[in-house]
Design a protein around this ligand. Structure first.
Ligand code: EPU
Length: 415
């Protein structure tokens, strides 16, 4: 069982290279199923979730090979359109193969993902949207069996701008007959990345980056070479670490236009930042000030940033009210922070965090990727030693978190 060992650390100084976005790379890999031939993806982080998606593609008969930060995906004419429970259980994002399989093969058997640490995570909007394009679903032994002789474009109004549902619909619509309009589409930068990738493959998509996507179906797509955008959530993790330790960090590759709301919040808390063509430079000279935080779909403050912001609020000056509007159950890490001396009172979707000067190192557990990374951030702001167990959750979304942080002066190791 791997653990992180974190010691309270002084100012951070130096450079960190931001890797490719997990939540984009996974979807581009699924989208590669839409075209026969060799797709090449650059800037793909070496993380567990990507390895699981590689296994999933391989299970369908696709050849996948990693060469450094690039992966080569060779899609044969015939693929086995099945996503087994053994893989879906390990990564619920596997559900995004449903759209591409239905549109290219007309069949898909995908295990139903269960709930997770954020609580129940339904996929009703994915299925209803696909049904509007003509897909039919039946359920058997924990699997969804989907069929569609030929998907036909339709107007789909999403009840909520779901990231996964928007992606599945987008990948289904590109090969459908006629025009699809997705209203109230999610607008996350990773969705624009997927839409840009699909466009490069020959898809016709209008409204990229807006909440109304119009897709003109085409008869076939071709494989391409493409570079994944930088991971804004990874960048946010290092900004939070800087926030609690002070110092100056240069985040190579980070893009401010993907994280405007976060940078505004951090500025309000006292962080200074600037940008040049290579990335962002951020500086913290004094203890941060508390602010209120409320998560919303993009361009609002991402729910994935919240655990790091809560970790930073734990040692900021004053009190902040945190509201979770995306995943009602995403507060589990708070009990771990309380073990470290944080003053947090949580009720339902809200938590009030009263800043203390220092936390106190303690043994804690990572329940998911972001919660684990937030505990590492908290450990940097704690006296003594913090041991975070279940480090494997963090590996799902971070390539060498400990190595990158220790390269800028943080005391973090893997044991
Ligand atoms: N929802 C439904 N029905 C659906 C789909 C979603 O009720 O059919 C609800 C969800 O339960 C949730 C809300 O809608 O309350 C938003 O869920 P969304 O579909 O937007 O999230 P997702 O696609 O399942 C992705 C990221 C998450 C990130 C969220 C929100 C990936 C692989 N995952 O999940 O990232 O938190 O969007 O931005 O892209 C992570 O990287 O650690 C992570 C959890």
């Amino acid at each position: 069982m791997e653990k992180f060992l974190v010691q309270g650390s002084g100012p951070l100084n130096g450079e960190i290279r931001i890797g490719g976005a997990k939540n984009s790379a996974l979807k581009l890999m699924a989208a590669s199923l839409l075209a026969e031939g060799s797709t090449s993806l650059n800037n793909v982080p070496e993380i567990t979730d990507v390895a699981i998606m590689m296994e999933l593609l391989e299970a369908m008969g696709v050849r996948v090979q990693r060469v450094g930060q690039r992966i080569e995906i060779d899609v044969p004419d015939e693929i086995e359109p099945v996503a087994p429970y053994s893989l879906v259980e390990r990564m619920r994002a596997s559900i995004v193969v449903l759209g591409p399989l239905l549109s290219r093969i007309g069949r898909a058997k995908v295990a139903l993902p269960g709930g997770d640490d954020f609580g129940s995570r339904p996929i009703d909007m994915h299925l209803q949207g696909l049904e509007q394009l003509g897909a039919e679903f039946s359920y058997e032994h924990g699997d969804i069996n989907g069929r569609a002789d030929q998907l036909v474009g339709a107007e789909v109004f999403l009840e909520f701008p779901s990231v996964g549902a928007t992606e599945n619909l987008l990948m289904a619509a590109v090969l459908a007959d006629g025009t699809t309009v997705i209203e109230n589409a999610a607008r996350e930068p990773e969705i624009s990345d997927l839409a840009n990738f699909l466009s490069k493959m020959g898809a016709v998509i209008e409204g990229i980056g807006t909440s109304r996507l119009t897709i003109e179906g085409v008869s076939a797509l071709h494989p391409v070479s493409y570079e994944v955008i930088p991971d804004r959530i990874e960048a946010a993790t290092y900004l939070a670490a800087l926030g609690v330790c002070g110092g100056e960090l240069r985040l190579i590759g980070a893009r401010s236009d993907h994280m405007e709301m976060l940078l505004r919040k951090l500025e309000e808390m006292g962080m200074e930042w600037s940008e040049d063509e290579d990335g962002l430079t951020a500086r913290v000279l004094e203890r941060l000030q508390s602010v209120d935080v409320s998560t919303l779909p993009y361009p609002g403050l991402a729910t994935d940033y919240k655990p790091f912001l809560v970790a930073a609020l734990c040692v900021s000056q004053g009190a902040g009210m945190v509201t979770e509007n995306i995943f009602a159950g995403r507060f589990r890490y708070i009990d771990e922070l309380v073990r470290m001396g944080a003053e947090i009172r949580a009720e339902g979707r809200h938590a009030v965090v009263r800043g203390v000067k220092r936390l106190s190192g303690a043994p804690v557990r990572a329940h998911d990727i972001r919660a684990g990374a937030a505990l590492v951030v908290a450990g940097l702001a704690a006296d003594g030693e913090t041991v975070i167990s279940d480090a494997h959750h963090v590996d799902r979304g971070y390539e060498d978190l400990a190595g990158k942080l220790s390269s800028v002066g943080a005391q973090v190791t893997r044991i």
